[in-house]
Design a protein around this ligand. Structure first.
Ligand SMILES: Cc1cc2nc3c(=O)[nH]c(=O)nc-3n(C[C@H](O)[C@H](O)[C@H](O)COP(=O)(O)O)c2cc1C
Length: 387
C-alpha cells in the first residue's frame, strides 16, 4: 500500500498514539513472545499467599514503567524486596526518589492483596540502612506476612486490576470537590492535597506544561525517555517495560521510518513535535489535581508517599476518575529548579517535599501497561528453585 507523506502525517495527528500510549493493545496472536499484559490476569491465579501478594505488587505504578523490583523469597511467609540498580533514571530521577516511590506503590499493593486472603503484611524498611544519594544493593524492605482473624479486607483491592495511569486528553466535565477530596484522602499518613479551583488548576497546568517543555527540550533528560521507548507490539512484547508506544498505525509508521527512536529523538521531526504537543495538550485538560507531600524527604517517607499515591490512584479508579502523574516539575536537576519552587508555592507545600502531583479528570479507559512476570523478578536463586 502506498501512503503519501501527507496522509502519514494525518495518521500521526489523528490517533492518540505517540507518548499518549503506554499500554498493551492485547495479545498479538502472531507473536512468539508472551502476552505483555498477562501479569494483569495471572496475579489472581497465584495460590500461594506470598506470591499472590508479590504478583499483585508488580502491577504497581512506577516511573517510566521501569519495574525496578527484585525479590528474594526466604520461606512461605517472608521475602526481601531489593531495587534492581540497573533500572535507575539518572537524569530525571538523580536521587532515585521516584524509583523509591514506585517501590512504595509495590508494597501497598502487596499489603492490600494479602489482606484479601486474611494476612497482615509487615514491612521492615531499609533494614540495613540507606543512602539519600541513591538506592543500592541493600534491601529496601523485609516483608513478612501474618495470618490474622481481625483484619478487614480493603475495598480498594478489586480496583487493582483496572488501575491505570491515563495519559489521554480528559473530558471537559468537571470533577467535584467531594470526589477530589475522597481521592486525596484515600491515605491519611502523608500530607495530601487537591484542587478543583479554576485559578489554581490553571496555574498548575501552566507549570506542568513549562516543565514538560524543559524535559523534552533538554537533550539528556529527553534522551532518557527515548532510550526506554518500546515502539510497536513486537518491541513491547520483547521488553514489557519502559515507555510503550503503540496503536493501530505504529507498526506501519515504524516500517516507513517515520516513528523510530531516531526520529523521536530529533526535535525537528514531526514525531518529536507531535509527542510534545500531545503531552502538553493532555496536561491542559486537567480538571483537577491531587498531590502528596511529606515533611522531609527521607527514604521511608518516599515509600510512604508511594503507598499513599497508589491508594489515591485506586480510589480514583473506584470513582471512575482517570489519573495521570505529571512529575516533571518535581524533578531535581538544575534546569527544573524554578518550576520545582513554583510547584511547591502553588500547592502551598513550601517547606515540605512534594512527592507526587497528578491531574485528574474523566476519560475513556485505557489498556493495561506491560509487565514482566513475577518469575523474571525473582533473584537467580529463586528462579533456579522454581525452575
Ligand atoms: C513516581 C512516579 C512518577 C511518575 N511520573 C509520571 C510522569 O511524569 N508522566 C507520566 O506520563 N507518567 C508518570 N508516572 C506513571 C508511570 O509512567 C506508570 O505508572 C507506568 O508507566 C506504568 O503504567 P500504569 O500506571 O498504567 O500501570 C509516574 C509514576 C510514578 C510512580
Amino acid at each position: 500500500m502506498h501512503v503519501s507523506r501527507r496522509n502519514t502525517l494525518k495518521i500521526i495527528g489523528s490517533g492518540a498514539i505517540i507518548l499518549a500510549a503506554s499500554s498493551c493493545t492485547g495479545p498479538d496472536k502472531s507473536s512468539s513472545f508472551p502476552d505483555p499484559a498477562a501479569a494483569w490476569h495471572d496475579a489472581a491465579l497465584e495460590t500461594d499467599v506470598l506470591r499472590f501478594g508479590l504478583a499483585h505488587g508488580l502491577l504497581a505504578p512506577n516511573p517510566h514503567n521501569r519495574q525496578p523490583w527484585m525479590l528474594d523469597l526466604h520461606d512461605s511467609y517472608s521475602a526481601s524486596l531489593y531495587v534492581d540498580t540497573d533500572k535507575d533514571l539518572p537524569q530525571t530521577d538523580p536521587f532515585d526518589r521516584q524509583l523509591t516511590i514506585g517501590l512504595g506503590c509495590f508494597l501497598e499493593l502487596f499489603a492490600i492483596s494479602v489482606a484479601e486472603l486474611g494476612y497482615r503484611a509487615e514491612f521492615e524498611l531499609f533494614p540495613e540502612g540507606s543512602s539519600a544519594q541513591s538506592l543500592d544493593t541493600r534491601p529496601v524492605a523485609k516483608i513478612t506476612i501474618h495470618a490474622s482473624n481481625s483484619l478487614k479486607a480493603d475495598p480498594l483491592f478489586t480496583h487493582i486490576y483496572n488501575r491505570r495511569s491515563n495519559r489521554s486528553k480528559f473530558a471537559k466535565s468537571l470533577i467535584t470537590a467531594t470526589d477530589a477530596r475522597q481521592i486525596a484522602g484515600a491515605d491519611t499518613k502523608t500530607i495530601a492535597g487537591f484542587t478543583t479551583d479554576k485559578a489554581q488548576i490553571e496555574a498548575l497546568r501552566q507549570i506542568c506544561v513549562t516543565a514538560a517543555k524543559i524535559e523534552f527540550l533538554t537533550p539528556r533528560t529527553y534522551m532518557e525517555s527515548v532510550n526506554l521507548m518500546r515502539i510497536g507490539d513486537e518491541e513491547i512484547a520483547q521488553n514489557p517495560d519502559g515507555l510503550a508506544i503503540n496503536g493501530p498505525a505504529i507498526s506501519l509508521l515504524k516500517r516507513m521510518g517515520i516513528v523510530t527512536r531516531k526520529t523521536l529523538a530529533d526535535p525537528a521531526s514531526s514525531a518529536f513535535k507531535q509527542g510534545l504537543r500531545q503531552y502538553i495538550a493532555a496536561a491542559r485538560t486537567a480538571t483537577g489535581f491531587v498531590w502528596i507531600a511529606t515533611p522531609t524527604n527521607s527514604r521511608s517517607e518516599q515509600i510512604m508517599a508511594g503507598r499513599a499515591y497508589v491508594r489515591q490512584n485506586l480510589r480514583a479508579t473506584q470513582l471512575g476518575i482517570a489519573m495521570h502523574p505529571l512529575s516533571q516539575a518535581l524533578q531535581e536537576y538544575p534546569e527544573m529548579q524554578q518550576e520545582l519552587i513554583k510547584v511547591h508555592e502553588t500547592t502551598k507545600t513550601s517547606g515540605q517535599r512534594l512527592q507526587m502531583l497528578a491531574r485528574i479528570g474523566y476519560a475513556k479507559a485505557v489498556n493495561p501497561s506491560p509487565r514482566f512476570p513475577l518469575a523474571a523478578k525473582l533473584t537467580s536463586n529463586e528462579q533456579t528453585k522454581t525452575g
